[in-house]
Design a protein around this ligand. Structure first.
Ligand SMILES: NC(=O)C1=CN([C@@H]2O[C@H](COP(=O)(O)OP(=O)(O)OC[C@H]3O[C@@H](n4cnc5c(N)ncnc54)[C@H](OP(=O)(O)O)[C@@H]3O)[C@@H](O)[C@H]2O)[C@@H](O)CC1
Ligand SMILES: Nc1ncnc2c1ncn2[C@@H]1O[C@H](COP(=O)(O)OP(=O)(O)O)[C@@H](O)[C@H]1O
Ligand SMILES: [K+]
Length: 475
């Protein structure tokens, strides 16, 4: 699991380390790492032109020191100082000593336009609010690839929110530890690299699953397993109007697990004909025993849907309440009375469903929003979006960062619900199960797309490929 720390925690850890480190040593270490990445981006660095955008804090200091190291490799370095009086004095002196050019904002457009690489040292973890106009005015001249120092300026370090002009980096080099911005604003960060500073950090504020975490929790059969032992997934989805939701959700469960999948609802004939391995019935009351229920996709928000939801909430097994089920819960909170408080519940709202559950949309701080919703409903909340946040009622939070936006296609949420249900049926912790499902979902989207738009059926068909990329410990 990859740990992510808020800027407050990072600053506290930095203070401790700075107190026992020779003056300037950490910054030079950070800047040297930065210069190595800059040189890689330039290919053959000698004779190439790099322009530094330098703000008034230590982020600008990093850029200036990186400029110093690049001068040693015969790079032509120009620093644009946003506030000459406040530019990091030692960094500025070092760059000048090494033959770097320094220009004021007024003269900067030409130096930004003709650069082979722009290094963004405008603001780092102490950034507050949107970029000020003088800083923002520099961005329009950028033509070259951008290397962001610590984080792309203009993006909120703790929420990843972008409110106004912001740097879009090709690569970000961060120091000490990953910050929320790196997980929550992937399109602005580009590829993120970490320079280790030896910070003493534990108990991350946020985590991101890696392939081995998903492999370790995903239910795959071992020598003593049979069709029941990995858990039976129940899917209560679809209606006469929306039978496709049932096919997609149940189909995702079929691909996700070698255990049994049961379906209950009005699309039983269609589901059976599409997935002969599924035991399908017309009603949840005669579906047979399951170890988890997925309820909601396409069931509608009327009386019948409400009855179905109440029945599965009272079944005493983990429930993933998706799509119409989240709306039903928002509109009729008493339906939750049917729930055994010890039975895990996963809610999977997108922003509009979230607004129904919580009274307003998630806003800029999606992690805080998901945490608040998880606490309010005593449920795991998987907040859908470009980056998906999964929060547990005890405060644990993780984020799934996708590569691309291929999942933005109708029915893709139905696929996700089936994946979650399959992992829940195996008895995996519901927070981990939801995060692992989001990971496999986005990986399947990426593989299905392979660089061109795909569909939910395509994502469904790529689930096995996604799972094959994980490194199993047993089989
Ligand atoms: N500590 C360490 O061990 C290490 C730290 N390191 C580095 O230090 C960085 C943090 O440096 P930091 O704290 O000096 O602040 P930083 O983010 O550069 O600038 C903030 C300043 O900019 C301004 N400003 C604020 N908002 C603004 C806006 N919207 N638009 C425009 N300007 C704005 C405001 O200054 P003002 O102009 O108001 O005086 C504010 O004070 C960190 O990200 C990493 O790169 C590395 O060297 C590794 C070792
Ligand atoms: N721009 C995007 N980038 C990445 N993933 C996205 C994007 N937009 C939506 N998604 C993902 O696609 C899925 C859409 O689910 P949902 O909103 O329920 O749609 P549907 O009801 O059509 O199935 C979610 O998993 C969400 O996180
Ligand atoms: K920056």
């Amino acid at each position: 699991m990859q740990g992510i720390w808020t800027t407050e925690r990072i600053r506290a850890a930095e203070r401790k380390l700075l107190a026992v480190t020779p003056d300037g040593a950490l910054m030079r270490k950070a800047a040297f790492g930065l210069s190595v990445h800059a040189a890689k981006m330039l290919g053959a660095p000698s004779g190439r032109r790099v322009t530094l955008l330098v703000g008034s804090g230590d982020n600008g200091g990093d850029a200036l020191w990186a400029g110093f190291f690049l001068r040693k490799r015969n790079v032509a370095v120009t620093a644009v100082l946003l506030n000459p009086d406040k530019a990091h004095p030692q960094g500025l002196a070092a760059l000048k000593r090494a033959g770097g050019r320094v220009v004021p904002v007024a003269d900067s457009p030409q130096w930004i336009r003709k650069a082979d690489l722009v290094i963004d040292g405008i603001v780092g973890i102490s950034a507050r609010g949107s970029l000020r106009p003088d800083a923002a005015s520099l961005l329009e001249h950028i033509k070259a690839p951008v290397l962001a120092v610590d984080l792309p300026s203009g993006v909120d370090p703790d929420t990843g929110a972008i409110d106004g002009p912001a740097i879009t980096a090709d690569r970000t080099v961060t120091f000490g530890a990953r910050k929320p911005v790196h997980a929550l604003a992937p399109a602005a960060c580009g590829e993120v690299f970490l320079v280790d500073l030896g910070l003493d950090l534990e108990d991350p504020d946020l985590v991101r699953l890696e392939a081995e975490d998903v492999a370790a929790c995903w239910p795959i059969p071992g020598p003593s397993d049979d069709k029941y032992t990995l858990g039976v997934t129940g899917v209560a989805a679809g209606s006469a109007v929306y039978p496709g939701a049932a096919v997609l959700s149940a189909g995702a469960a079929v691909y996700a697990t070698s255990g049994m999948v049961r379906y209950a609802g009005p699309a039983a004939d269609l589901v059976r004909s599409r997935w002969p391995e599924i035991i399908a019935t017309g009603s949840v009351t005669d579906a047979g025993r399951v170890q988890s229920w997925v309820v909601g996709p396409g069931i509608g928000t009327g009386h019948e849907g409400r009855e179905v939801l109440a029945t599965v909430l009272g079944a005493g097994v983990p429930v993933c309440a998706d799509a119409d089920a989240t709306t039903l819960i928002a509109q009729h909170s008493d339906v939750l009375d049917a729930r055994d408080p010890d039975t895990p519940l996963v809610l999977t709202p997108h922003d509009r469903e979230f607004a129904r559950l919580m009274g307003s949309e998630p806003g800029k701080d999606r992690v805080a929003a998901a945490r608040a919703c998880a606490r309010r409903y005593d449920a795991v909340v998987l907040l859908k979006g470009h980056c998906t946040v999964v929060a547990a009622p005890d405060g644990r939070a993780m984020v799934n960062t996708p590569r691309g936006s291929w999942l933005a296609t109708p029915g893709s949420g139905d696929v996700l619900s089936g994946l979650i249900g399959a992992v829940l049926a195996a008895g995996v912790d519901p927070w981990l199960a939801s995060g692992a499902a989001a990971y496999v979902h986005s990986l399947a989207g990426e593989l299905a797309a392979a660089g061109a738009p795909t569909s939910s059926s395509g994502i469904l068909g790529a689930i096995s490929d996604a799972l094959r990329t994980l490194h199993w410990r047993k089989s």
